[in-house]
Design a protein around this ligand. Structure first.
Ligand SMILES: [Zn+2]
Length: 303
């Protein structure tokens, strides 16, 4: 089975601290081939990648949740480095109002050895938009509520059909052969005058689901997207409840209310305001919620 490795490169909110850099999440899907993506790219992200032992040259696409400085100011430096390192392959950057990237790249006289392709993600829909699809997974977005155009992202592995060789044997099928490819493709085969259906000899292995909220209040679209996730990386700017609503972020209370209603296996609380200086105290506050984990820079989650 493919390994999914998620690295939190930055877990601070608007202002970084000595312990927490600006937001960025590196996701690697390691199958026969490796697929690497970056979600948000706060200032200093490329250096955080170096410390984490991650290679920026492996990045296929970048996904920006919104254009607040803490979520994108690492892009010009990262793209410059890719130029120095002789990247030739074009780089696609998905974001709401994606054309903004062109302005950013024209700030200076950076090397332009490869093409940067901006792709807009919808900001007015209640449905998930699939942005990218491979043989094994999809990446999509949905708008969220942050006062400016913002989205949450979804990484969804496709369900896998697993043939149960014992069941197949009982149905009289050979232990291997082209027939399995055929039955997976068509859903059924005729073998020795007998119709055998795929579901009779297989089980479905559910694909893994990862959601990154970006910056947002807890809202309908986020709840819809997060439902059933194996991993939710969630804006939790405020551990105090209520009074920060006007800033369009989620508080710990909003999040505990949400995860009580929907099934989420693990929630990484990130985008932590610098006002909270003592992580032990924050962990104490979440100790009664076994699915909640406080983010730290360089935290790796293997799913
Ligand atoms: Zn923001």
């Amino acid at each position: 089975m493919a390994k999914i490795e998620v690295t939190i490169l930055g877990s601070s909110a608007g202002i970084p601290t000595r312990q927490r850099a600006h937001p960025a999440i590196f996701l690697a899907y390691k199958d026969r081939e490796e697929f690497c993506y970056l979600f948000d790219c706060g200032e200093g992200t490329q250096r955080q990648m170096l410390f984490a032992g991650l290679n920026p040259m492996k990045l296929r696409e970048i996904f920006i949740t919104h254009w607040h400085g803490d979520h994108y100011l690492g892009l010009p430096g990262l793209i410059d480095t890719m130029g120095f390192e002789n990247r030739k392959k074009s780089l696609t950057i998905y974001a709401p109002e994606a054309e903004r990237i062109r302005k950013i790249l024209n700030w200076g006289y950076s090397l332009k050895r490869f093409e940067v392709v901006p792709i807009d993600v919808p900001i007015k829909t209640k449905e998930v938009t699939i942005l990218l699809e491979t043989e094994n997974f999809k990446i999509g977005s949905i708008p969220v509520e942050h006062g400016i155009p913002s989205v949450a992202y979804l990484f969804l592995e496709k369900d896998r059909i697993k043939v149960d060789k014992e069941k197949a044997k009982k149905m009289g099928l050979p232990s291997q052969g082209i027939i399995y490819r055929e039955i997976k493709k068509k859903g059924e085969v005729i073998f020795k005058n007998k119709k055998i259906k795929l579901k009779e000899i297989s089980s479905v292995k559910k694909g893994r689901k990862i959601v990154y909220s970006g910056d947002t209040r807890v809202c309908e679209n986020l709840i819809k997207l997060a439902k059933g996730a194996d991993l939710l990386i969630q804006d939790c700017t405020y551990f105090d409840s209520g009074e920060f609503k006007e800033y369009e972020h989620a508080s710990l209370r909003d999040i505990t209310n949400m995860v009580e209603k929907i099934e989420v296996k693990k929630v990484i609380l990130t985008h932590i305001s610098r006002r909270y200086k003592n992580p032990k105290e924050l962990r104490r506050q979440i100790k009664d919620y076994p699915s909640l984990v406080l983010a730290e820079d360089f935290m790796k989650i293997i799913i």
